[in-house]
Design a protein around this ligand. Structure first.
Ligand code: WT7
Length: 653
């Protein structure tokens, strides 16, 4: 890679950035190398306000269950709200809410503190205590963010479930978390349509399936008709009426869980990733400051949903901890048309914009098809920094994003991280790192990512391997809720020398040492930046016991969504063809949508009399991946009982 393939930060950018130039970056890396704990302790004192200062930094005596800043006490909501009001930012806009219909409203820090405190008092009045779990199943709204902050304020542990998940998925999460309360909305507005939320909550909680659950709090968004269970259901506005706008924060230990967030793994059951209060808040704030270079006058917009970790770290916590101004967007990128993002950037003078490659790719297509929604027609001059997250960004999409959205002047931070990592792990710092399209570049200062082989030995640059993190870091996953053994097995397998296993493959450039992520090495798919377990989809399919005998799910590359879900299905009846096959494929897609959620619907469904298996009966997934891609099969097929099934499985429906 030669220097002229790199995009260098301008001198002006370097001069104003929170981390200035590679000299700034290198100094931080050197500080962390020289005194790892001292480095994190310094930052934890700078970025977090402690009610009781910590004296211990890292406790690794029960590795891999690490503890950070364990004798310190803090409150995350105090750090995001009260602290900013005390600093004189009470009248500063915290959130600009951009509604689906294009109307917008603003909330200041003082107002947000009042609202969160009132909501916290609602939870307390309903008996929610420190350590109780509260599930939030909400639309994108100020109330959604406030509900999370209200939990943090009283030390309750929130678990946000993305509003696109089905009743069954919601029930699984409420049960696993043992939640005492669900906070939801009557309906959510997306693309001009009202979609149910409360009705799905009702279905999830039906028939006493969740015995720990006592109350459902309902935010009225649309006023649409909903069912009501007396005694269990309560309107948020009625509960808030008359409640005090003051609520003393509950000071919790640094290790007190702030939230659980369920994510897909390589087995059928989603895992409840548990995060801490102190270490998590530190990294959310620190990465917002260094990766996004957040400054006083910025208008920050992260387009993620609060149902994903990106929304947690870069909507609810990071930007608010720094006293920033941010957009909370209710709608979808294509409503009223595919210019919505660009129009919204112009309208609110957004200066930092963070979105997913899949959105960029679909908006490129839309702009190519319709000049009216081409970004060049909008005033995007307020932008100074762009970000990408969730999946690898292909160089063509990167170049388009850089040129048409960033006007050639905005650095792009391609941030690699995971639900489990809490915040950015490998990312450029915009005033420092020379950029290479398609590479997430270098580790965040203090993060010890490396590439190793199956035995945990370092591999030289230029040679691919397994991505690991060598040392524990403050915002790391603490455990899998209810399943510490699975936590150990999934992230700290014995052969890896005590390194954290990310689950991705990666390669470092021979010359620059830059990282490029080559994709998951486990049975996890990434569809439009959404993480899906193949086993999860398989178990959803085979749970359709009337129809399905067996199913195997693999990913295949897709131009827009990155990966697409491809399901191979053996029915309990003769293999269907033609219109019948199409009808059954639709039935199965709808089934999966009902079991997991629409995001898990297989794009391709193929029927066979059987699945290709080895002599010992294992499904030949690698072969299925070739078939899904439409590649010629090069694997040994001599063990197949019925080679003709490969032709059957190549037919899409
Ligand atoms: C997986 C984590 C990070 C928050 C959103 C997704 C993939 C994420 C990148 C990137 C290449 C990326 C990885 C990772 N991924 N960011 N910049 N470049 N791949 O969080 O649902 O926990 O998924 O997303 O495969 O392991 P998640």
């Amino acid at each position: 890679m030669s220097q002229n393939e790199l995009y260098l930060p301008s001198a002006a950018w370097q001069a104003q950035a929170n981390v200035k130039g590679m000299a700034g970056y290198n100094a931080l890396v050197a500080e962390a190398e020289a005194d790892y704990q001292g480095y994190w302790a310094r930052l934890a004192r700078e970025f977090v306000t402690w009610q009781t200062p910590f004296t211990k930094v890292l406790n690794d005596s029960e590795a891999p269950f690490f503890k950070w800043f364990e004798d310190g006490r803090l409150n995350v909501s105090y750090n995001c709200l009260d602290r900013n009001v005390e600093r004189g930012l009470g009248d500063k806009v915290a959130i600009i809410f951009e509604a689906d219909d294009g109307s917008s409203s603003k909330v200041t820090y003082k107002e947000l503190l009042g609202r969160v405190s009132q909501m916290a008092n609602v939870l307390k009045a309903r008996g929610v205590k420190k350590g109780d779990r509260v599930v939030i199943y909400m639309s994108m709204s100020v109330e959604g963010v406030a509900a999370m902050q209200a939990c943090a304020r009283i030390g309750a542990i929130h678990s946000v479930v993305f509003g696109g998940f089905s009743a069954q998925s919601l029930r699984d999460r409420v049960q696993d978390a043992g939640a005492v309360m669900v906070i939801t909305a009557d309906e959510q507005l997306r693309g001009g349509k009202a979609l149910p939320l409360k009705a799905i909550v009702d279905e999830a909680l039906d028939g006493g399936s969740c015995p720990t659950l006592k109350d459902v709090i309902v935010y009225q968004r649309t006023g649409g008709k909903i069912g009501w269970v007396e005694g269990r259901d309560h309107w948020l506005h009625e509960e808030m009426a008359g409640k005090s706008e003051v609520c003393e924060p509950e000071w919790v230990e640094a290790e007190h869980p702030l939230f659980l967030l369920y994510t897909s793994g390589s087995t059928g059951k989603p895992k409840g990733v548990q995060h801490s209060s102190g270490g998590y808040l530190l990294h959310a704030a620190l990465t917002t400051k260094w990766t996004f270079d957040l400054q006083d006058n910025d208008v920050f917009w992260c387009t993620a949903d609060i149902g994903w970790v990106t929304g947690h770290s870069y909507i609810t916590y990071g930007p608010l901890a720094l006293g920033g101004t941010e957009i909370v967007f209710e709608g979808v990128p294509t409503y009223p048309d595919a210019g919505r993002f660009w129009q919204t950037i112009a309208k609110h003078k957004v200066s930092i914009f963070y979105t997913a490659p899949t959105a960029i790719r679909s908006l490129i297509k839309a702009a190519e098809g319709n000049a009216a929604v081409h970004p060049d027609r909008y005033d995007l001059s307020s932008l100074r920094l762009l970000g990408s997250v969730g999946e690898p960004i292909n160089p063509a999409a990167w170049e388009w994003y850089h040129k048409h959205i960033g006007g050639g002047r905005c650095p792009i931070v391609d941030t690699f991280w995971q639900t489990e990592t809490g915040g950015h792990m490998i990312t450029p710092l915009p005033g420092a790192t020379p950029l290479v399209p398609g590479s997430c570049t270098l580790p965040f200062p203090g993060i010890t990512t490396a590439i190793v082989d199956e035995m945990g030995n370092d591999v030289p640059n230029g040679q691919g391997g397994i991505l690991v993190v060598k040392k524990p870091w403050p915002s790391m996953i603490r455990t899998i809720y209810n399943d510490p053994e699975r936590f150990k097995k999934s992230y700290y397998p014995e052969e890896l020398k005590g390194y954290y296993l990310a689950g991705d493959g990666a390669i470092r450039d021979a010359e620059t040492g830059y990282f490029t992520i080559t994709g998951r090495i486990d049975d996890v798919l990434n569809v439009s930046g959404h993480r899906m377990g193949t086993m999860e989809i398989e178990s959803a399919l085979v749970s359709c016991t009337e129809l399905v005998a067996e199913a195997a799910v693999v990913g295949r590359p897709d131009d827009t969504t990155g990966e697409a879900i491809c399901a191979f299905v053996v029915l309990k009846r003769a293999r269907p063809t033609g219109d019948e096959a199409k009808a059954i494929a639709k039935q199965l897609r709808d089934w999966v949508a009902k079991e997991i959620g629409p995001i898990a619907k297989p794009k391709d469904i193929r029927f066979g009399d059987n699945l290709p298996k080895t002599r010992s009966g294992k499904i030949m997934r690698r072969l299925l991946r070739s078939v899904a891609k439409g590649e010629a099969v090069t694997q040994d097929t001599s063990t197949l009982e019925n080679p003709a099934i490969l032709d059957q499985l190549s037919e899409a429906n």
